[in-house]
Design a protein around this ligand. Structure first.
Ligand SMILES: O=CC(=O)O
Length: 307
């Protein structure tokens, strides 16, 4: 196998395992995702020569491609990630080393937007909680499920009106929602009202949908002040990255009823999810799956063909 290009695979396993058989005549895949060892030990244990590895295949929210990883892999020329977000890759180091980075761009924006709207409807109408209620009900008396609230007509603040945020806005308009947004800058051709302050956006919204990229500027953009401004009836949906939200504050606000509910596809230290959330019926949880659809493998193949 020494003659095949070597590709280090950090994930995502659900997709990768479907394609490995078809591509293993072309590439020698080193499946780091299947091992719990740190990278150096993984390579050492399998007798893999780090300087023979030419490409990395990875996924958003998974193992980060840090300066350390890149220093171990001195010959890497290409990183392919199945995600739109690139926050798990040290892009400065890639630029310095001339390593090319290929990601999903806006390919999954519609899929992720659907999930955002789904989580919002679920958190407001309590669909997952209602499902649990029906399945777990032990008494045969009248239904006593708590009331939900209507999405139609609500004011929704979108944090990050990029391609995903825009797809969310389009869908929510069809539900009769009024859309407001915060972004790095006001967008010249967008008619939705712009808020330069996320706190003010939250104070004027019934729900916030977090769609921006994770950068040093956006880390914890949703903090205690924003959550308190969103208020006791407010719902927050995060399909961006967990670290956009101060998760400790979010958990506290949910437990203490400082906000009304949340729909979360992403978490600050994935795959860890704060256990306090498990018992809360006003929270809907999803395992960073907004972009993981049956169509994803096809797109992965297109990305991999660049290796
Ligand atoms: O998390 C998924 C993505 O960034 O596409």
């Amino acid at each position: 196998m020494a003659h095949l290009p070597q590709v280090l695979v950090f994930g995502p396993p659900t997709i990768f395992t479907q394609f490995e058989p078809q591509y293993s005549h072309k590439y020698h895949f080193l499946n780091a995702w299947a091992s719990s060892l740190p990278l150096d030990q993984f390579l050492h244990t399998h007798n893999y020569e780090p300087s023979s590895i030419q490409a990395i295949l990875c996924a958003g929210g998974g193992t980060p491609v840090t300066v350390h990883v890149l220093s171990v892999l001195s010959s890497v020329k290409l990183i392919v990630t199945t995600s739109a977000g690139l926050d798990h890759i040290d892009l400065l180091e890639c630029r310095r080393r001339g390593i090319q980075v290929a990601g999903a761009g806006s390919l999954f924006s519609e899929e992720v937007a659907e999930m955002a709207v789904g989580l919002l409807i679920d958190a407001m109408r309590k669909i997952s909680a209602a499902d649990r209620y029906v399945r777990q009900r032990v008494h045969s008396g009248p239904w006593d499920f708590p009331l939900g609230s209507k999405l139609g007509g609500k004011r929704v603040g979108i944090v990050g009106l990029g391609s995903i945020g825009f797809e969310v806005a389009k869908r929510l308009e069809a539900f009769g929602c009024s859309i407001f947004y915060n972004s790095r800058k006001e967008k010249p051709f967008i008619s939705y009202p712009f808020y330069s302050s996320v706190v003010e956006l939250a104070a004027n919204s019934n729900a916030l949908v977090i769609c921006c990229a994770l950068t040093e500027q956006t880390r914890h953009i949703i903090n205690k002040e924003v959550l308190l401004a969103l208020g006791k009836e407010g719902v927050m949906v995060n399909i961006g990255r967990g670290a956009l939200v101060d998760e400790k504050e979010l958990v506290r606000c949910l437990i203490e009823g400082e906000i009304g509910g949340a729909g979360l596809d992403v978490f600050e230290n994935e795959p860890h999810v704060p256990e306090e959330l498990f018992g809360l019926d006003n929270v809907v949880l999803s395992p960073h799956a907004a972009a993981l659809l049956k169509s994803l493998p096809l797109i992965c193949v297109t990305l991999w063909q660049g290796i």
